[in-house]
Design a binder for this molecule. Structure first.
Ligand code: NAD
Length: 514
């Protein structure tokens, strides 16, 4: 029996005890995860330093802070998220109990990627724990130090049977994928995403695929190019461009290209000094394979800024490529590194055409003062997200569903979306064994009269809440009329205060709610 099978069996057995059902249990595990992050911050930072050359503060800022925020939110909101959700009824179910009850799915497999090895692996875990699932955690073998530390230290804080960490490479992941899971949450490239989905289909397991792609960044010539370039420089070169939502390439008019190059150059110098290679907040390419891949992508393009590299250090300077065309090598695949090509277009029309001629990206960035132009981009393109006048920050808004569309992925997470994604939203309808007469229209014989009633009950768009409000309003009005009448008998010329108040309440109710 393989190690992977044993681990999954143990997780399932433990899940089946019902241990994860009480919310207190989930909150306890979430608090342990929080404690893990705060007590092991040094170990985490050290591992990320070795994997990606990131500084300690950089690791907190881009790896663990967001996870801490997600844990705090889940702890605060869990009772609300897990509560039955009352929904609107129709005429046929007016007297029934009708609601949605979120329930745990079972055992979730979380497959992480290497670029933010902690954030990407722990953030879905927060959702899995909050939703009451067991979760098998498979960190990426490419960020090997982080995977090792996760395997050694996480079990000291979390229930070992319910949340095991399985390390290993392709063969271990494929062995895991042979097992039956209740959901697979995968983050990584599209090619492996297809392998994951194919494996999941054998057990009809639902998947969330957090993939990548080429996210375009359109700069309108009339915007504040200085500020736009500061934000783009930050969004592109953080983590050496190894960010799934990094702006992959810039689209702008030829008339502003040199200004864009100049401004980005200034920002690179300001953020990373004259020599990024020795600056602690500029990291490294994850490994030699990706280093070589990135160097090859540059071939045939004109370097406007940067371009220098050191293979022994896996270092590539922040680099801007100008006058790039859609056919250039660098435009053939997601860059996922510190190369920023600029492609010139004649204006917004061509930018939209360029974007729509390619796979749907994870995010589209647009920089403009013109709100109409931004809204046009939203209306005429499609992507996982659209962010105007900034980069990356939509990731930090827990209320926004984070995920791709088409080739950039399926499903979403963050905040309540993680909880919903990893829950089954179960429909519940509870009737009483009364009012049997109402049901006669559905029983044979199916006469015209019964059909008429069925049409009325099923097709009439009656808003039950509105009906209730109208009934309440009628009661209030009736009460007011009664008070008026009673007072009139005693004092024929005065209107009682109670009636005035009731009339006012009724009027307010009417205008605000109906
Ligand atoms: P990776 O090489 O770490 O692979 C991801 C996971 O897939 C790993 O756990 C690995 O073990 C597993 N894997 C690799 N090959 C496999 C195979 N043949 N069979 C089964 N499992 C296999 O990561 P990567 O793919 O290089 O990640 C980079 C990609 O991830 C980029 O495209 C990036 O945009 C995307 N990404 C997306 C998000 C997001 O949230 N949408 C976040 C980070 C990265």
């Amino acid at each position: 029996m393989s190690r992977e099978l044993l681990v999954v069996q143990r997780a399932r057995k433990s899940f089946q005890t019902g241990k994860t059902k009480p919310l207190e249990y989930r909150i306890h595990q979430l608090k342990n995860l929080l404690r893990f992050i705060s007590e092991r911050q040094r170990d985490i930072a050290e591992a990320v330093k070795q994997d990606l050359g990131k500084s300690e503060n950089g690791t907190q800022l881009f790896e663990t802070l967001g996870v801490e925020g997600e844990i705090n939110l889940a702890i605060e909101k869990l009772s609300e998220w897990a509560a039955p959700r009352i929904i609107e009824k129709n005429l046929l179910t007016i007297s029934d109990e009708v609601y949605v009850q979120p329930e745990p799915l079972g055992v979730v497999l979380i497959i992480g990627a290497w670029n933010y090895p902690w954030a990407i692996t722990l953030q879905p875990l927060v959702g899995a724990i909050a939703a009451g699932n067991a979760a098998v955690i498979k960190p990426s073998e490419v960020s090997s130090q982080s995977a090792k530390v996760m395997e050694e230290l996480l079990p000291l804080y979390l229930d070992n049977d319910l949340y095991p960490v399985v390390t290993g490479g392709v063969s271990e992941t494929q062995e895991l994928l042979k097992q039956r899971f209740d959901h697979i949450f995968y983050t990584g490239g599209s090619a492996v995403g297809k392998i994951v989905m194919a494996a999941a289909s054998c057990h009809l397991t639902p998947v969330t695929l957090e993939l990548g792609g080429k996210s375009p960044c359109y700069i309108d010539k009339n915007c504040d190019i200085r500020v736009a370039c500061r934000r783009i420089t930050w969004g592109k070169f953080v983590n050496c461009g190894q960010t799934c939502i990094a702006p992959d390439f810039i689209l702008c008019e030829a008339s502003v290209q040199s200004q864009v190059v100049e401004e980005i150059q200034k920002c690179i110098k300001e953020f990373y000094t004259d020599n990024p290679e020795t600056f602690e907040d500029y990291g490294r390419i994850i490994n030699q394979r990706h280093f070589k891949r990135l160097m090859a992508l540059m071939e045939g393009s004109t370097v406007a800024v940067g371009g220098d590299s050191d293979e022994s250090q896996c270092y590539i300077a922040p680099t801007v490529l100008k006058d790039v065309t859609g056919d250039s090598k660098v435009m053939k695949e997601e860059i996922f590194g510190p190369l920023l090509p600029i492609i010139t277009v004649s204006g917004t029309d061509e930018a939209i055409q360029f974007i729509n001629a390619r796979e749907k990206p994870l995010v589209i960035y647009v920089f403009s003062h013109d709100n109409k132009l931004i809204k046009r981009m939203i209306a005429e393109t499609s992507s996982g997200a659209l962010l105007a006048n900034d980069c990356l920050v939509h990731f930090t808004v827990s209320a926004l569903p984070f995920g791709g569309v088409g080739n950039s992925g399926m499903g979403c997470y963050h905040g309540r979306h993680s909880f919903d994604q990893l829950s089954h939203l179960r429909s519940c309808l509870i009737k009483q064994l009364k009012m049997e007469g109402v049901n006669s229209m559905r029983y044979p014989p199916h006469t015209d009269k019964k059909l008429g009633w069925a049409r009325f009950f099923m097709l009439k768009q009656v808003n039950v809440c509105r009906l209730r409000r109208m009934a309440l309003l009628a009661t209030l009005a009736g009460l007011a009329a009664f008070l008026l009448k009673a007072k009139e008998v005693k004092h024929p010329n005065s209107v009682p205060r109670g009636a005035k108040v009731l009339a006012l309440v009724s009027a307010m109710y009417y205008f605000t709610r109906l």
